[in-house]
Design a protein around this ligand. Structure first.
Ligand SMILES: Nc1ncnc2c1ncn2[C@@H]1O[C@H](COP(=O)(O)OP(=O)(O)OP(=O)(O)O)[C@@H](O)[C@H]1O
Length: 328
């Protein structure tokens, strides 16, 4: 019998890693020393041992030098790897002090992990995001008023340029990973930042019991993300198909033909975003894009700038070109 707080069984782990690590040659496991990533390390090593085949596994820890106890934590991960015959790398990832430490730590971490993966010839990295992390991400995106792309949250597999980013535990409750470590009497490090109310993620974690009582369970929020991922992929495929007919790339931007106006709003909006991206230079905020879209619908002709692009429209459609540089 398994419940929401029991250790993952060997057959559950086999199903999980068989699926998520299929077709991979060498995966670098990103292990911080926290419970989730130590569980990923231990369970993946056991899986590999049972299977006797599958991808090469290695482990990397990024040393952010943010906390004095971090050195001991890296050493503990190195020990776990040595016991399992897995190579372990300690990667430098010092972050200069300042605001937005969470985002800067993340950028530094992925840069270090990707550089290392390239050095050792890996074709994938794996992080230990859990179903609880996914649920928090969905709540944060709801709070930001995100559309389907945002609500799809993290993907179990995402392509980061030449490398795949795998999240094999994305559907696993954190409690089951903790139970898996407790069953094996393996310890882990606790990061105080995880409970620091200065961070929205930590505050949402603190509100978890209340949310669960109101039906906002991690299981439902995780299922919502998976459904939104399906919606998002279908929409993008539909936009690709519509683009073949209505989107013309030009030397300095793009043109949306008159047939664009007859398409469904969401497809039109996404084609408009592509046309602006073709001429512009920056990320496009959805609310601004929606405002421009509303203007185009309301005014028979006009022009506006957005994200480094100028969009001009009339009865023949929309034309985007790079926005002239601002004076002053
Ligand atoms: N110092 C680290 N070294 C190696 N891997 C790490 C480190 N910190 C985090 N990771 C990996 O990233 C996963 C997510 O960690 P965490 O939730 O702290 O990240 P985050 O700041 O929310 O960033 P993101 O979710 O965007 O990756 C961990 O489970 C682990 O696999």
């Amino acid at each position: 019998m398994t419940d929401a707080t029991s250790a993952l069984t060997p057959s559950e782990c086999d199903a999980l890693f068989d699926l998520r690590f299929a077709g991979v040659g060498h995966v670098v496991l990103a292990v911080s020393g926290g419970a989730d990533s130590v569980a990923m390390l231990v369970l993946a090593a056991e899986w590999r041992e049972r299977r006797k085949e599958g991808p090469e596994l290695s482990v990397a820890t990024v040393a952010h030098a943010l906390r004095p106890e971090a050195d001991g934590e890296v050493a503990a991960v190195a020990r776990l790897c040595a016991e399992r015959g897995l190579p372990h790398a300690r990667l430098a990832g010092a972050i200069p002090p300042g605001a937005g430490v969470e985002a800067r730590a993340r950028d530094t971490r992925y840069a270090a992990l990707l550089a290392h993966a390239s050095e050792v010839g890996a074709d994938a990295i794996a992080t230990a995001h859990t179903r609880d992390d996914q649920a928090e991400t969905v709540l944060m995106r709801l709070g930001a008023g995100s559309g389907p792309a945002g609500l799809a949250a993290m993907r179990p597999r995402a392509e980061r340029g030449w490398i795949a980013h795998l999240r094999p535990l994305l559907e696993s409750p954190k409690a089951r990973l903790v139970a898996s470590l407790q069953e094996r009497r393996i310890g882990w490090a606790e990061d105080a930042m995880n409970a620091d109310p200065a961070y929205l993620r930590a505050r949402l974690r603190g509100a978890r019991d209340v949310l669960e009582r109101e039906g906002l369970t991690a299981a439902r929020l995780g299922a919502l993300a998976a459904r939104m991922a399906r919606v998002e992929d279908a929409l993008e495929a539909a936009v690709d198909a519509a683009a073949a007919e209505h989107f013309v790339r030009e030397e300095d931007g793009a043109r949306l033909g008159p047939g664009w106006a007859g398409l469904a709003d969401e497809i039109r909006l996404r084609l408009l975003a592509r046309a602006i991206a073709a001429a512009g230079d920056g990320p496009i905020r959805l609310d601004r894009l929606e405002r421009l879209f509303a203007r185009i619908a309301a005014e028979p002709r006009g022009a506006a700038t957005l994200a480094g692009a100028k969009a001009a429209w009339d009865s023949r459609g929309v034309r985007t070109t790079p926005a002239p540089p601002r004076r002053g």
